[in-house]
Write a protein that binds this ligand. Structure first.
Ligand SMILES: Cc1cc2nc3c(=O)[nH]c(=O)nc-3n(C[C@H](O)[C@H](O)[C@H](O)COP(=O)(O)OP(=O)(O)OC[C@H]3O[C@@H](n4cnc5c(N)ncnc54)[C@H](O)[C@@H]3O)c2cc1C
Length: 467
């Protein structure tokens, strides 16, 4: 008899993890607190309820990273993608679903699986020792009793209750004929570098127009239950700083001091936007201090007025939300186990991924890792060239905890994007008449490589070696 794995939380990640375990013939006890206990966002007792939009975003595997993740999950026989495909609605190139049909389908399939027992209860403390393999997939709105218990294991600083997300830009889309690399006062960081930041200069007129746009830009409101957030003073959105005084940003995150623009050494900028390397690959750069509640389309429009960012491609846009998540790069090992207590594995949004699809993807991996462990099989992580592997790698190792300047980089939730993938060995050749631009050709080549590598990983025995 194989002993059951306990999965806490029947959302996107927990449902997928339970399914993958059962598919490997490992029994599961799935603990879900709804409908007895609701979160602030869920409305029903259904498993895998979608709390907001009904979209899984782009379904184009060839040129969109989330579309590629869909395709990889389909190939790994994902419950969430299977149910989504079955209940999809017309939505152009996006995968949108009938939310009730989708959640009922997931619930029906899990309830009908003989190896899965579903227990409707809140797990309000750390599981006792006889639960020797546990997947915690309790999401961004983890109940407070369990969150406090997890915090007692991880330490206060390692479990956040709000995210404060600054936009992230693909390095290759920044115009370095306008921007330049330099650390303030050329200060040498512990990594030895004196040029760890990309600087974008604004003159007075550009700065004034930028401030006007920030103040006038359309914002997303806080949800009622998010409004009284204690972090707020320590982590002000840029538009709130702009409203407090027109020069507040020029004396704060946009201060121009200690910097000389080599393109125009005689002109001192009125303000400077700084970007800092965000991932070990150096492909993603974070706009320092630019957390914001501006709507996404407004962020793209307004941030592209910053000199050097006119063609910026954003890997992630800014935001501030209630969100429970771990400092995973420090706390978790490569198979999502808590280093300090390896019987606990984490999955879903609580690991610092962002979005329905990404949460389910990490659930899929956690389920497969836990199943392999239970069966005494060593399972290697998916290659970092795949979307599943790139996402896993980012949360367990690819994020830079400290940069060359020595400053700590707070880990913040991330969507899947092509900036997380290792670069191609050589730029792809453009096929005439097919998928026009260089960027599209690159994405297509990355996606093609990903699927080939994933197929190899999925071949039984190829990624699994008997211990
Ligand atoms: C308000 C809000 C809106 C969002 N909108 C979107 C969106 O539009 N698009 C998008 O892609 N992403 C969105 N997200 C982000 C995220 O992708 C979703 O929250 C996603 O559901 C996360 O999946 P998960 O499985 O990690 O968590 P969830 O799907 O939230 O599942 C966690 C489950 O754990 C249960 N649970 C919690 N604590 C306990 C406990 N102690 N014991 C037992 N059960 C417990 C909960 O009831 C829940 O069913 C949103 C997040 C929030 C908070």
């Amino acid at each position: 008899m194989v002993k059951a794995v306990h999965v806490i939380g029947g959302g996107l990640a927990g449902s997928e993890a339970a399914w993958q375990l059962a598919a490997a013939r490992v029994p599961v006890v799935l603990h879900e607190m709804r409908p007895m206990r609701r979160t602030e966002a869920h409305q029903t007792g259904a498993l895998a309820e979608l709390v907001c939009s009904n979209s899984f975003r782009s379904d184009d595997w060839a040129t969109n990273a989330v579309g590629l993740l869909h395709e990889e999950m389909r190939r790994a026989e994902s419950l969430i993608l299977g149910a989504a495909d079955q209940h999809k609605l017309p939505a152009g190139g996006a995968l949108a679903v009938d939310r009730d049909g989708f959640a009922s389908e997931v619930t029906r399939r899990l309830e009908g699986e003989p190896l899965i027992s579903i227990v409707r209860e809140e797990v309000d403390a750390l599981p006792s020792a006889d639960w020797d393999s546990v997947i915690v997939a309790t999401g961004p709105l983890t109940s407070s009793a369990l969150a406090e218990a997890v915090q007692s294991l991880t330490g206060e600083a390692e479990l956040a209750f709000f995210d404060a997300i600054a936009p992230i830009v693909h390095r290759e889309s920044i115009d370095m004929s306008v921007c330049w690399l330099q650390s303030r006062y050329d200060k040498e960081g512990p990594g030895g570098g004196t040029a760890d930041y990309i600087n974008c200069p604004l003159d007075k007129a550009q700065y004034d127009a930028f401030i006007d746009a920030l103040i006038a830009g359309e914002k997303t409101a806080f949800k009622e239950w998010e409004a009284s957030t204690p972090y707020f003073e320590g982590c002000l959105p840029i538009e709130i700083m702009a409203e407090r005084g027109r020069e507040t940003l020029a004396y704060g995150p946009m201060k121009p001091v200690g910097l000389t623009n080599p393109h125009r050494p005689d002109t001192r900028p009125h303000a400077v936007v700084q970007l800092r390397q965000d991932n070990a690959l150096g492909s993603l750069w974070n706009m320092v201090g630019f957390q914001t509640k501006l709507k996404h389309a407004e962020q793209v429009r307004i941030f592209r007025t910053i000199p050097g960012l006119a063609q910026a491609e954003f890997a992630r846009l800014g935001g501030l939300h209630r969100n429970t998540f771990l400092n995973s790069p420090v706390l978790l090992d490569a198979s999502l186990r808590l280093k300090s207590d390896p019987r606990l594995r984490f999955a879903g949004q609580i690991t610092g991924v962002e979005g329905y699809v990404e949460s389910a993807a990490i659930g899929l991996l956690a389920g497969r890792f836990a199943a392999a462990e239970r069966l005494g099989i060593a399972l290697s992580p998916p290659p970092p060239t795949t979307a599943l592997g790139a996402l896993l790698n980012h949360i367990t190792g690819g994020h830079l905890s400290h940069g060359g300047d020595g400053a700590s980089r707070s880990f913040q939730p991330m969507n899947i994007n092509f900036g997380l993938f290792p670069p191609l060995p050589a730029p792809p050749k453009r096929v005439k008449g097919e998928r026009g631009s260089k960027t599209l050709a690159r994405k297509h080549a990355l996606a093609t490589r990903a699927l080939a590598d994933l197929d190899r990983w999925l071949v039984p025995g190829a990624s699994i070696a008997a211990e």
